[in-house]
Design a protein around this ligand. Structure first.
Ligand code: 6R9
Length: 658
């Protein structure tokens, strides 16, 4: 490091607050600090501002219907179509030749779809789906990697009013079957395979394996041919080649179906406290308005921008901020198929330079990897096109924040640390880049109109500096409406009711711990339920546990998250072998493979620690907190409330020797 670099880093290390650059503020979509008050005073009508970003087929009557709380409804009586809002209206307004999607394949090939092209493709695929028999409200499962046909299929579903359920391509065959069963989904769009670090990965075999476990008839499967000759595979009777079908329907015109604002746009399964993933339901009006508004206000997206979110569309971040939000605003959205270190660790910066990317949105885990690889990679490229940087998915440590700010943003770009969830549909807690001071490590204040607070176990707001739980005391348009076919679980998982004299108040609990400071900035501390966050991916410890105990030779298991330098958290398994089985590498390997097979490689345990017993409270509950501390190498707290305190030392010793 040169002396100049060293002194710059020392200065940044000291600095705890950063002001948005003047040049950014001058051009920001939202730069009037009065926006907070405006929303506060005019709530819930303030949300018309979000709805106004959309084109409605018929105007809504009521902004918020709260008669049946917590089953809130937004923009009731209104009708619209999401695909029309993301495509047709931009074409009608003269943006036919503007790039909508710029796709980069891992091997270096590129494809650009203008808004005109994308509309044609979407219409052809919508016509295809209709011909296959897909009707309004049928759930279509999309088990696809980062290929352009994924957003095309999403928008085609939206066009004909068929909700999609995207299953992350990295998930296992089991996960596909569970989700198709839960949604009674009879249609599937998938892919033969995709590239990862230069290798052609077989996705169709995994798909077929999953289909064997679907408990109802699957009418049709459409298979995108991504790999061509690189993978030989045959199609069975109900499987069709995507290109053949789309060629047959080329030039088709499919009227966008007018959907009620509250009609389901999509389902997205996410992990929770039990082994069964939750089907989060998002709607057409509220969700689209909310993602468009937050893309405009927080990501500062403008139609002439080139915007890049490096998430996978298989997660909510990709739905909201690769597909729906950016396309609703008519901007150019970049999609990258592969990994950031292929063929070299500078791949992302090459893509930024080549496409003159204005806005870049990624996860802290990626930033920590960039940091570890070194600044020489971004330094090879001209990143001066960047105007704004964002992060999402997990807490960002101040050191990583500052590295991002300095080495990617050249101290010229605001960084927004955006806290939100699958369930919230869009961002909830973050600075507005044209208004607020940034404090690395703290997401920021709640967005205008968002009633996020930090409370103690009694629901009372905590003092500045004290830890508590995030709670949201007002509904918002992007919120989930229910868990698919499970209204009861929706209430028990997320809501608490407080009665006061005037009314019943419902509050939403996202299951995150947090602190708040004197300026009302919220620092997220992490999940308070049985969810681990590995590289920004949300995984249920119960799901992983049930995979481990499904392995022959394992009697009992507890799964926890432990600190990890790059991934944020990693999965640790504590397992009791069955009598007659050797607690050795072979069993550990099989336990690891069991998790990979049942969930996918993202859930792969870092370590399996065998123990004759698990630490339990006197009432028989596994003390996960203690196991987390062991996994993270933390000081162990009081163990005297345990039924079996001795076991803790044994486990800690075992973990250390591994
Ligand atoms: C969008 C997304 C949600 C959980 C959430 C929280 C964590 C997300 C964060 C963050 C700290 C941030 N999380 N953003 N923690 N700072 N900026 O990630 O949705 O996959 O449902 O995960 O992720 O713990 O509860 P999802």
């Amino acid at each position: 490091m040169t002396q100049e670099d060293a002194s710059l880093e020392a200065r940044l290390e000291e600095q705890e607050q950063f002001e948005p650059p003047e040049s950014f503020v001058e051009q920001a979509n939202v730069s009037d600090p009065g926006v907070y008050e405006e929303f506060e005073e005019n709530w819930p009508e303030c949300w018309e501002r979000a709805a106004d970003l959309l084109s409605w087929d018929s105007e809504y009557d009521t902004v918020l219907e709260d008669g049946d709380a917590p089953f809130y409804e937004w923009f009731t009586g209104g009708e619209l179509n999401a695909s029309y809002n993301c495509l047709d209206r931009h074409v009608e307004e003269g943006a036919k030749n503007r790039a909508a999607i710029k796709w980069e394949g891992e091997l270096g090939e590129t494809r650009t779809y203008t808004y005109g092209d994308l509309l044609n493709e979407v219409e052809a695929f919508a016509a295809t789906l209709r011909d296959l028999g897909v009707e309004e409200d049928d759930v279509v499962t999309l088990y696809m990697p980062m290929v352009p046909e994924l957003p095309i299929a999403m928008l085609a579903c939206a066009r004909i009013g068929a909700p999609h359920s995207v299953v992350f391509a990295g998930f296992s065959a089991d996960a596909l079957a569970t989700r198709m069963n839960s949604a009674d989904s009879e249609y599937l769009v998938t892919c033969d395979g995709y590239y990862r670090r230069g290798d052609a990965l077989d996705h169709i075999s995994k798909t077929n394996e999953g289909l064997e476990d679907v408990d109802h008839e699957v009418s049709d499967v459409v298979v995108v041919d991504r790999l061509g000759d690189a993978l030989d595979h045959s199609l069975s009777a109900n499987q069709h080649d995507y290109d053949d079908l789309v060629d047959e329907h080329a030039g088709a015109s499919v009227e966008p179906v007018s959907r009620d604002a509250e009609d389901m746009l999509f389902l997205m399964y996410t992990s929770g406290t039990t082994g069964q993933p939750k089907g989060v339901k998002h709607t057409t009006g509220g969700y689209l308005a909310y993602t468009a508004w937050t893309s405009q206000a927080v990501l500062d997206v403008k139609p002439e921008d080139t915007y890049w979110c490096s998430a996978d569309i298989g997660w909510i971040t990709g739905h909201s901020y690769i597909v729906y939000g950016p396309l609703a605003l008519g901007t150019t959205t970049v999609m990258y198929e592969g990994t950031p270190d292929y063929p070299e660790k500078d791949r992302l910066w090459e893509i930024v330079e080549k496409n003159r990317v204005d806005i870049f949105y990624t996860a802290p885990t990626a930033i920590r990897a960039f940091m570890k690889w070194g600044k020489q990679y971004p330094e090879r490229y001209d990143l001066s096109s960047l105007r704004l940087l964002g992060t999402v998915g997990e807490p960002i440590n101040p050191r990583a924040w500052k590295w991002y700010y300095q080495h990617i943003g050249n101290e010229d770009c605001p960084v927004v640390d955006t806290w939100w969830q699958t369930e919230t549909g869009g961002m909830m807690i973050t600075t507005l880049p044209g208004i607020n001071t940034m404090k690395p490590g703290s997401a920021g204040p709640p967005l205008p109109g968002i009633g996020a607070k930090v409370v103690d176990a009694n629901g009372e707001e905590v003092d500045a500096g004290q830890a508590g739980y995030v709670m949201v005391d007002k509904p918002w348009p992007g919120m989930l409406r229910t868990l698919y076919q499970n209204d009861d679980r929706f209430i028990t998982e997320y809501w608490q009711e407080y009665s006061d004299e005037d009314a019943d108040e419902w509050t939403y609990f996202p299951e995150d711990g947090a602190k708040i400071d004197d300026d009302g900035y919220i620092t997220i501390l992490g999940r308070v339920d049985d969810v681990v966050n590995v590289s920004g991916h949300r995984l249920g410890t119960m799901e992983i546990e049930s995979a481990v105990v499904g392995v022959e030779g394992i009697a009992e298991a507890a799964v926890v998250g432990g600190d990890h330098e790059i991934k944020g958290e990693a999965v640790y398994v504590y397992a009791i072998p069955e009598d007659g089985y050797d607690a050795g590498d072979e069993l550990a390997e099989r336990a690891i493979q069991g998790v990979v097979d049942s969930i996918g490689p993202i859930a792969k345990p870092e370590e399996v620690i065998f123990t004759p017993e698990l630490p339990k409270t006197r009432s028989g509950k596994i003390m996960r907190r203690l196991l987390e501390d062991i996994a993270s190498g933390n000081e162990l707290g009081n163990t005297s409330t345990l039924r079996n305190p001795d076991v803790v030392d044994d486990i800690a010793e075992q973990a250390e020797s591994n």
